[in-house]
Write a protein that binds this ligand. Sequence first.
Ligand code: ZN
Length: 491
Amino acid sequence: MKRIFLPLLTLLVAGVFCAHAQVARPRLVVGIVVDQMRWDYLYQYENKWGADGFKRLLGEGYSCANTMIDYVPTITACGHASIFTGTTPAIHGIAGNSYVLNGHSTSSVKDTTVVGVGTQSSKGQRSPRNLLVTTIGDQMKLATYNKTKVIGVSLKDRAAILPAGHGADGAYWYDDDTHQFITSTYYRKDLPKWVKDFNKSNKKNLAKNVWNDRVGVTMTFGLAEAALKTEKLGADDVPDFLTISISTTDAAAHTYGAMADEMLPIYVQLDAELASLFKMLDKEVGRGQYLLFLTADHGGTYSEPHMRARHMPSGRIYTQDICVETNRRLRQQFGVDSLLKRQMGYTFYLNNEVIEKSGVDREAVKAAAVKIMGDRPEVMWAVDVERVNEASVPQEIRERIIKGYHRKRSGEIFVLPVTGTYSSGSVDDRGSNHGTWNQSDSHIPLLFYGWNVPHGETVALTHMTDIAATVCAMMHVQAPDGCLGQPILFK
Ligand SMILES: [Zn+2]
């Protein structure tokens, strides 16, 4: 009897053990995005960092020092969507901060089927519905039968909503009208008490310009820390996910320029806020128990005055003017008005209704527009994206155009300015911009820190889309369903 039952008993014990054994995962994942943070800021400001912020990440974490954005245009909504889905606009559908959806222009996270919570403003009409794929947080929820808690915070709506994903427990962004952090009915009916309390305690900061002043950095971290504590993120063995996106760094660079003196106090503040966040994570979650990554949604071009003063190549491009001028030339050629419908950033939309109605040859219009735009001195290439394989652009750039083009939401013509040239407001504007394929805009910092992350650095080519693949692989969670990236090997 004993002989027969012993193996059975062993199996039963093993079965019980297996049922309780859990795959090793961190208690919390924290994804930090610094809007418009160039990779070289890590070293530009190195002697300004304290011991416990960026220096802790660089000194103890793993730096992927050659991380590139693998699509164009390199702009905010595309970046936040790509980091957290591991794929590009061609697949996740966030083809710009704004783009055309069903024939109408829309912002990336606009959703008129929901209303704001904590505001009457239309800025509350936001949700992740335009995002066509799952995110890291969504996959964590799927893997844990929804036990994972996911929260996103940022000043910008899109930078809170897209990282947190479809299944998020909450996403909170700043409403300029009420000077408060708000959410929408997509997530919940009332603002949680901790957000209301934070808004009350934050009143002293309202007089300041949160977009261009370091107080915007402090506020965002303040809200994230309130979420961490009150929502008990990382308090048990089921991994939670907190996303924090810092928008002030972007707004200030657009105003003052990437290398302006005004940028320094903002980055010093960011460094100090990182240090206090790490301290809180050590205390609340436990050192080594959380996995953290820090990256950027895009970099930023050196501004034209800065480069001109140093005799280095730079220039400005006015894409709206190009749209008007191209339409004028097309009218001369085809006798039809408004053959281009609109321009958004570097992407130009054909007016397909007018083309159809007037009976002009669509391919001929497109070819003529590409020629007119491509002949301009500030344009390196104008590309018919539907025929991108016929364009004489380097393979690496061609691939980024394809990956950034959503065939139902993007324009048919994409313009790539001459290197160093960027889209600008006026000739007096000293602000920076971004959107191009160049190093300035597409080379981003990527630092991993904490749970199962060794200290080290690689200069091997890695991509923005590898981030989601890496985080999910480390946790043995299925990657987001549109993911094209590859897990990064820490060596
Ligand atoms: Zn941005």
